[in-house]
Write a protein that binds this ligand. Structure first.
Ligand SMILES: NC(=O)c1ccc[n+]([C@@H]2O[C@H](COP(=O)([O-])OP(=O)(O)OC[C@H]3O[C@@H](n4cnc5c(N)ncnc54)[C@H](OP(=O)(O)O)[C@@H]3O)[C@@H](O)[C@H]2O)c1
Length: 309
């Protein structure tokens, strides 16, 4: 079968003809229809995640996938061959960018009838992270104000919609075409971060969703009200700075959770959440897809399709 693999950190990912994965106890073999890329795939390929979780080479890239159940491993109940599913594999295992992927059955969510494989592959990591950050970590509530950095990115595009649907006032940062995109997704105010210093235009927000880190994160502390919360997907916040501003702050490491993924897919199926897709490319143009992801300029998700040998 075809799989996109790296043989070492910083090695260029290549489509290779490899053996199908072994289906262990508790696993399900999925014929992958679509896979969604994430910045994490680039960070793993670059070796930046090595200290958190070393990967075993050759490593098949990708965590987010949708497809059809091909085979059911021992000790699995509740699923049938032919079921259409969505899943996020554990990052140290990867494996989504392949014709066939072995996924723990506990990680599977059912694909809703009116959601496409392509849309679904754009959901697991980013929508789950946005939900986890806004509601489970930062405790965002109706009537509060949230600043969402990179509103046109994968996490930001879902965060805008989730926060708006929860009754929060949404301020987002974006640039270029991303400004109109963030507005269309439901942001009440969009700041062109290249033209304006966001921290001169925003103050007293309840929550910041920091997807950028570095200087953006540092300046974000100053826009929070005392008692507010900064949740970062990019880098661990400076605890001393958080204390000095009288705010809470933490880094999120997204944990896959099938019930949460199911709940988010139901919102997509109901038309309450749109999946913003930057582009969809066939596997034989994976280099292009990966370069686009690595550029950090995508508006929404990059989806890879077309796995047949
Ligand atoms: N810790 C976790 O569990 C976890 C989970 C998910 C994601 N993440 C991390 O969260 C970050 C965001 O992920 P993502 O999937 O949303 O990334 P993404 O889709 O690649 O984000 C791309 C977007 O970022 C925007 N952007 C870049 N620099 C910006 C800046 N200084 N201010 C505002 N917008 C800016 C770009 O807009 P322009 O082109 O207009 O600049 C582009 O639309 C990544 O670092 C990712 O690794 C972490």
């Amino acid at each position: 079968m075809n799989a996109v693999r790296i043989s070492a950190y910083r090695a260029l990912p290549a489509v290779q003809d490899v053996l199908a994965p072994v289906v262990g106890a508790g696993d399900i073999l999925v014929r992958v229809e679509a896979a969604g890329l994430n910045p994490l795939d680039v960070k793993i390929q670059q070796g930046f995640m090595h200290d958190f979780f070393p990967v075993v080479f050759p490593y098949t890239l990708g965590t987010d996938l949708s497809g059809t159940i091909e085979q059911i491993g021992p000790n699995v109940t509740g699923w049938s061959i032919g079921d259409k599913i969505v899943a996020r594999t554990d990052p140290p295992a990867g494996g989504a960018l392949a014709e066939l992927a072995a996924v723990p059955a506990t990680h599977l969510a059912k694909l809703p009838a009116n959601v496409s494989f392509e849309q679904a592959a754009g959901v697991p990591t980013v929508a789950g992270t946005a939900w986890q950050a806004l509601f489970e970590i930062a405790g965002l509530r109706s009537g509060q104000t949230v600043l969402i950095h990179a509103g046109a990115g994968g996490v930001g595009s879902f965060a805008i919609q989730l926060a708006r649907n929860a009754g929060a006032r949404v301020i987002a940062t974006a640039s270029g075409d991303g400004i109109a995109t963030a507005r269309r997704l439901g942001a009440d105010q969009v700041i062109d971060y290249k033209a304006h210093a966001f921290d001169e235009l925003v103050s007293d927000v309840d929550v910041v969703l920091d997807t950028i880190g570095g200087e953006t994160q540092q300046r974000s502390f100053g826009v929070l009200r005392r008692g507010g919360y900064l949740a970062s997907t990019a880098s661990p916040p400076d605890e001393a700075l958080a204390k000095a501003h009288g705010v809470g702050a933490s880094f999120i490491f997204h944990q896959s959770d099938a019930p949460r993924l199911t709940m988010l897919l139901d919102q997509v199926a109901a038309g309450d959440l749109a999946v913003l897709i930057d582009r969809t490319l066939p596997m034989d143009r994976f280099d292009e897809a990966f370069a686009r992801q690595a550029s950090g300029r995508a508006q929404g998700k990059i989806i890879v399709k077309g796995y047949a040998s």
